[in-house]
Design a protein around this ligand. Structure first.
Ligand SMILES: Cc1cc2nc3c(=O)[nH]c(=O)nc-3n(C[C@H](O)[C@H](O)[C@H](O)COP(=O)(O)OP(=O)(O)OC[C@H]3O[C@@H](n4cnc5c(N)ncnc54)[C@H](O)[C@@H]3O)c2cc1C
Ligand code: FES
Length: 273
């Protein structure tokens, strides 16, 4: 793993506070970083480890939310009990942050024959799926994004600056919200799109994956999911991210974070957030 210094191009709060799987997100920030050496190698679904100041020993993992030739973007929740994300949210333009990369993990894989991609995002799970959508649209594939959140307008108000044009977006909120397309769980909508979709990609909480694993219409589909757990080193040394899969124990930072939905014995998972 190499260390790189990235310059902050911009760092803006783009969503208000709201519920988050860790408790509460104080905000969600979009951070643009200048770091060509990582941007040029980054693939959708990969992540970087970010050093969050001198007082926090372990770097924090964040998905690559989008990439150009020179820049990458991070889209992250500033969590109320999280020192790292709060430190990151306070970085000003032209400050630098230390990054461990190049981009880590396996990433999502689009089958060359795939025409139609169904993306399923739960809240902040939108972060890595935007980069995947960006690649798919560039390659002239069709993308439908099902985007769910606990409440509106969090995540579900069309975040124009996050999504590449050309995507079909359908939103759902668990609590009734007039501007959302659907009132209920985002996974309720998945069966409506399984005939259309050649491949399905998802990022969200484990509860969402458990629900997806129960959807009969997905049994014949290839479903790739990204697992976000607490990580120590991000490079295969500490074993803190080890997970049981049907192929044996795997390290999420190296073997993942992307796995096939049916590779994970969801009923046996108790110690994962
Ligand atoms: C591969 C990967 C990609 C990720 N991509 C993103 C992203 O794009 N955007 C984003 O907002 N977050 C992402 N995360 C989660 C992000 O790493 C954590 O939110 C971040 O490390 C929190 O750091 P902190 O210092 O603010 O909080 P900490 O002090 O580390 O933790 C605060 C509280 O949150 C809990 N917590 C920490 N990490 C997680 C987690 N992964 N899941 C559930 N609870 C957790 C802790 O148990 C603790 O209670 C990703 C995680 C992984 C593994
Ligand atoms: S985070 Fe250390 S081995 Fe995966």
């Amino acid at each position: 793993m190499k260390q790189a210094t990235a310059r902050v191009i911009s760092n803006k709060c783009i969503l208000p506070s709201g519920p988050h799987r860790t408790g509460k997100a104080l905000a969600s920030n979009l951070m643009q970083l200048y770091c060509p050496e990582i941007a040029q190698k980054a693939k959708p679904g990969q992540f970087i480890m970010v050093r969050c100041g001198d007082e926090i020993i372990l770097p924090r993992p964040f998905s690559i939310h989008s990439a150009t030739v020179d820049d990458i973007a991070l889209f992250f929740a500033v969590i109320n009990c999280g020192k790292g994300s709060q430190w990151l949210s306070m970085r000003q333009d032209n400050e630098t942050v230390e990054i461990f990369g190049p981009s880590l993990g396996n990433g999502f894989l689009i089958n060359p024959r795939t025409k139609n991609l169904l993306l399923v995002a739960g809240g902040m799970g939108l972060a890595p799926l935007c980069f995947l959508a960006q690649q798919a649209i560039r390659e002239k594939r069709s993308v439908t994004l099902l985007l769910g959140a606990a409440i509106g307008p969090l995540y579900t108000e069309r975040p124009e600056n996050l999504l590449p044009p050309g995507i079909k977006l359908i939103t759902a909120t668990e609590e009734k919200y007039d501007k959302a397309d659907y009132h209920g769980l985002i996974t309720d909508l998945v069966p409506d799109y399984t005939n259309w979709a050649d491949q399905v990609f998802a990022c969200g909480p484990v509860g969402m994956y458990r629900a997806m694993a129960q959807i009969p219409e997905l049994e014949s589909k290839q479903v790739q999911i990204s697992l976000e757990v607490r990580m120590g080193c991000g490079r295969g040394i500490c074993y803190s991210c080890t997970i049981k899969t049907k192929q044996g124990l795997k390290k999420i930072c190296q073997d993942g974070p992307v796995f096939n939905l049916d590779d994970i014995p969801w009923d046996e998972l108790t110690d994962i957030v």
